[in-house]
Design a protein around this ligand. Sequence first.
Ligand SMILES: Nc1ncnc2c1ncn2[C@@H]1O[C@H](COP(=O)(O)OP(=O)(O)O)[C@@H](O)[C@H]1O
Ligand SMILES: [Mg+2]
Length: 401
Amino acid sequence: MHLKRLSLTHFRAFTRLDIDFPRRIILFTGKNAQGKTTILEAIAYLANFSSFHASTDRQLLNFNMPVEPVMVGRIIGEFERQGRDHSIEVRFIQEYNGQVQPRFRKQVLLDGVQKKIGELYGQFNVVNFLPQMSRIIEGSPSDRRAYLDEILSQVEPGYARNLFTYNKALSQRNALLKNLFESNGDLDQLEAWDEMLAQHGAVLMDGRIRALDELERQALGIHHRLTRESEVLRFHYEPSYNPIAKNDEQLFLPVQTENNLVGIDFRELEKGFKEALCKNRRQDLARGVTSIGPHRDEFRFLSNGIDLGHYGSRGQTRSALLSLKFAEVGWMKERIGDSPVLLLDEIMAELDPERREDLLKLVGEVDQAMLTTTDKNMFPSSFVNACETWTVHEGLVKKDA
Ligand SMILES: Nc1ncnc2c1ncn2[C@@H]1O[C@H](COP(=O)(O)OP(=O)(O)O)[C@@H](O)[C@H]1O
Ligand SMILES: [Mg+2]
């Protein structure tokens, strides 16, 4: 898969930008604050429909654009996927309709036809690698959940829609819990929401458990090689409750490690979650929130049995992240039967010379990669010569002669 053309209109600092890309490695160079990251951010948006850099989509609209009743920002990507050309367009629309706060909405189009966002996931695939991504390892559980959900949305049809429905049901259950607490209402009223959470939550857990297992398998050999045979990397899924249904009629094995979770039947997960939700109703009522479920699940990175989130050195964390990204590329290729576009934003500066060499091998795993740097000299000249280089300066992007 590769991106053939990118057009931006009023996206961040760009008023207008049109670039044609070759199916190879593209290196964007330029000083700070020129728009390099913005280009990769726009490309990643076509796969994830949210930005790693922005807390709200409003931030993506060019704040220098003249105020008008209706303001529209756009990302259009034309790409090739398994021999066919497609396009994705994202529109950010801000309207002043008499209110103090303008109304903001988003539209997405596939091949010129307006769709729901849920229908667009998986059409265009990227593996995104930014220095801030060490928070996948060192950050909060929600960072890790967001990461898994993002990559799963890209490869598993329906995952994003499930997540959306789950979150909606979750906030409705939480609202009802508060209501029941105040009115001293009947807990059986939670039944419909428990049902819904179990149904959609099981899809999320099932997807995450399988993905993590597959990623771990991909990462194992890579990490061994990257650490010169000194570290064994494992990904450990930690559900917020024991997800196996405790039904007296049936035998089950106690859950100790995430490996025991692999292969649990999807219906088992649904049933177990439903039972656990019922069992937790009183406790949830007292807390005013739903205390178990995939929105509370966690996963950890272990190197030689040591939790990297708590005890990893900087070097170890960086190696693990690099292994994870190699694994993600391999995993995505396997799942989608095509090569994702690889985006690397200022990654070289983060790594020691040995790791830099490893990183450049990652670039060789895909059809197309886009890299940014403030300093071309961080790359070996043979690498730079093999790239198409573009200079980004004050929002203008020019291919080097
Ligand atoms: N919504 C926006 N509207 C206009 N300019 C923006 C917006 N968001 C960020 N910028 C500007 O874009 C520039 C940052 O671009 P960036 O892509 O991060 O640069 P680089 O990666 O080359 O350092 C900054 O000057 C910032 O002020
Ligand atoms: Mg940048």
